[in-house]
Design a protein around this ligand. Structure first.
Ligand code: GDP
Ligand code: ZN
Ligand code: ZN
Length: 599
């Protein structure tokens, strides 16, 4: 590619050509939609603070649980049932957990154990009837110890395999009901949460220096108090504390920071909300089931009694509280504002999409005929059809097989887009297309064509001659001819059917006998003027003059009969017109090449 082309390509600007429709209705719709979009965009810009740069936070959490609970247990001592009261304080019921979590014990099962041999707790796996069912040294992940190979009595006539383990083995008992530490719902927790927006270099915390240390969080009365009563948390989520205390569970405390760090609207306080995090829908009451909502783990306290190592195995049930801190802080930022304004500008295109949709929908043929057969707004359909025609230019793919045919006795034009395969073009049905509106401005450029030279005395007018010819030689024309003036094609067999076309669909007078044909197509003066109009200093010899005039006459005919240039390029001349023009402007050897598709 030459360098100049590259430069000229660079220094160009393309813009879309638009059609302005001067319509009160559409103008109103446009401004209405623009107003709605503008209001919405402005509202969203302010409401969602789209002019701010948002930064996520990083945070640290520290918790302190407080409260004392009394636990009443019944124990057997020397065969006598005794009630024992034990007091649990923070150190007893809270456990250290990793991450932003704390745990409060609400229920437990204790088993006093020492190393030895004892029967396994009976279940399907451990049952036995004789030593043969037990295997020395055998164990599996669910075993409480290593089998000794003996089958011993567990209780009554229940026999289980003996294991060497911490004895007695832990009984698979249900958690006590009601929970032993139900009063834990009165415990309080102080949550200290420090947050930092590194992007904005801003740090704050939820515990204000002047906060009332005896406050208790309440959603409405004291929403900023960082001390929470455990029972209140459950009430907020609609859960029952004493119910959940039996098996344990997981509860989420969400701290949401939505900070406006602009000095003129500065606001940065947390919002607390609560959410149960374990699967409350799993309502399987069997506590062994892995599906049941529960939270428990085991730990052991070791001690020595008479120099024998012993332990108290405790299965702890309780509630794990996960503290989830999230949110972001926003501060005014020009770039963010520009970006957001830019992204909302596209919404102004909504008016165009909507109005185009109305025009396209209410201009279709269906609008008038099928969908609304008794349509009251047919006038509106017609108006939209007019707008549609003005704004939309359809182009048919210029295929080599594309041809247009115009019959003088039909108002529309026919489009033929197929191989003729030996059939006369006259017989192919084609698809009806409306005739483009006539543009008479071209005609006004031809003042000479309409002022014919005065006929030379003694020479009769050609049109009258032709009419006479048409009526005198009807029998000589080919079978497909309806006007009596067509002649067989002289093209080779393969292309012949293309020229087998008459000026009429049904029998009648030939178009060549009409006045415009004589005055526009056959007028030598008019054609010469047209050629000179294109090339003012054109000098032609006799042979090329005729060829030029003939081709110009073809063009005049197609432009006249097909209206638009796009159709004219593919318009096929009827045989009568073709031969009439050729007779007027003949070629010396009489061999004509015929229509060639321009693409
Ligand atoms: P030529 O002068 O010996 O080449 O033969 P013609 O008198 O048949 O003219 C051929 C030229 O006229 C070619 O450029 C053709 O595309 C054009 N032409 C011939 N027939 C038709 C026709 O039916 N429709 C159109 N649009 N152009 C035609
Ligand atoms: Zn004919
Ligand atoms: Zn004809």
């Amino acid at each position: 590619m030459p360098a100049c082309c590259i430069y000229s390509d660079v220094f160009q600007y393309e813009t879309n050509k638009v059609t302005r429709i001067e319509s009160m209705n559409y103008g109103t719709i446009k401004w209405l939609l623009h107003m709605i979009v503008f209001s919405y965009v402005s509202f969203a810009l302010v409401k969602d603070k789209l002019y701010q740069r948002k930064e996520p936070l990083i945070s640290s959490v520290h918790t302190k649980v407080k409260g004392v609970a009394e636990v009443r247990e019944e124990i057997l001592e020397n065969g006598i049932k005794k009630e024992v009261r034990r007091v649990f304080d923070t150190a007893d019921y809270t456990f250290l957990l990793q991450g932003n979590s704390f745990f409060v014990m609400t229920n437990f099962l204790e088993t006093g154990q020492k190393q030895g041999r004892c029967p396994e707790h009976p279940d399907r796996r451990t049952h036995c009837s004789s030593d043969r069912n037990c295997k020395e040294g055998w164990m599996d992940p669910q075993s409480k110890g290593i089998q000794t190979g003996r089958c011993v009595v567990y209780e009554g006539n229940h026999k289980t395999c003996e294991v060497s383990a911490w004895c007695p083995t832990e009984a698979t008992k249900d958690a006590p009901r009601p929970a032993l530490l139900t009063s834990a719902e009165n415990f309080t927790v102080l949550i200290k949460n420090n947050i930092d927006f590194p992007g904005h270099n801003y740090t704050t915390r939820n515990v204000l220096p002047d906060f009332n240390t005896s406050c208790i969080f309440h959603k409405i009365q004291d929403p900023l108090c960082p001390i929470f009563r455990l029972g209140d948390i459950f009430r907020e989520t609609g859960d029952n504390f004493s119910e959940m205390a039996i098996q344990g569970g997981i509860m989420g405390i969400e701290i949401h920071w939505d900070c406006n760090l602009d000095s003129w609207f500065h606001h940065c306080r947390p919002k607390y909300s609560f959410r149960r995090l374990d699967d409350r829908t799993a309502n399987d009451s069997s506590y062994m089931s892995p599906r049941s909502p529960s939270y428990n783990f085991r730990y052991a306290k070791y001690y020595k009694e008479n120099n024998v190592e012993k332990r108290t195995l405790i299965k702890v049930f309780g509630i794990r509280f996960d503290i989830l801190v999230f949110g972001c802080g926003g501060k005014f930022d020009v770039i963010q504002l520009i970006l957001n304004i830019g992204s909302t500008l596209s919404y102004f295109g909504l008016a165009t999409v909507f109005i185009d949709f109305l025009i396209n929908t209410y201009s279709s043929k269906c609008c008038r005929s099928h969908v609304y057969p008794y349509c009251k707004c047919c006038a509106c359909c017609a108006v939209n059809e007019y707008y549609y025609r003005k704004k939309c230019e359809s182009i048919v793919e210029p295929k080599p097989t594309l041809k247009y045919v115009s019959f003088v006795d039909e108002l529309h034009i026919r489009r033929v887009d197929q191989q003729l395969l030996g059939r006369s073009l006259q017989d192919v049905k084609g698809e009806k297309v409306p005739r483009p509106l006539m543009d008479f401005t071209d005609l006004s450029r031809l003042p000479l064509s309409l002022q014919d030279p005065t006929p030379i005395p003694g020479q009769p007018e050609q049109i009258q001659l032709l009419s006479a010819e048409a009526t005198t030689r009807p029998g000589n024309s080919p079978g497909w001819c309806q006007c009596g003036n067509c002649l067989p094609s002289q093209l080779p067999e393969r292309r012949r059917s293309l020229e087998e076309l008459c000026c009429r669909k049904k029998p009648g007078a030939c178009i060549t006998t009409s006045e415009p044909f004589g005055k526009l197509i056959l007028s030598r003066r008019a054609l010469q003027f047209l050629l000179l109009y294109q090339e003012p200093l054109l000098v032609l010899d006799v042979e090329s003059t005729n060829s030029r005039l003939r081709h110009c006459a073809y063009r005049c005919y197609t432009t006249w009969r097909f209206g638009s240039q796009d159709l004219a390029d593919f318009g096929i001349l009827p045989s009568c017109c073709r031969w009439r023009i050729r007779r007027e402007f003949p070629k010396s050897d009489g061999q004509y090449s015929g229509f060639k598709s321009p693409y």
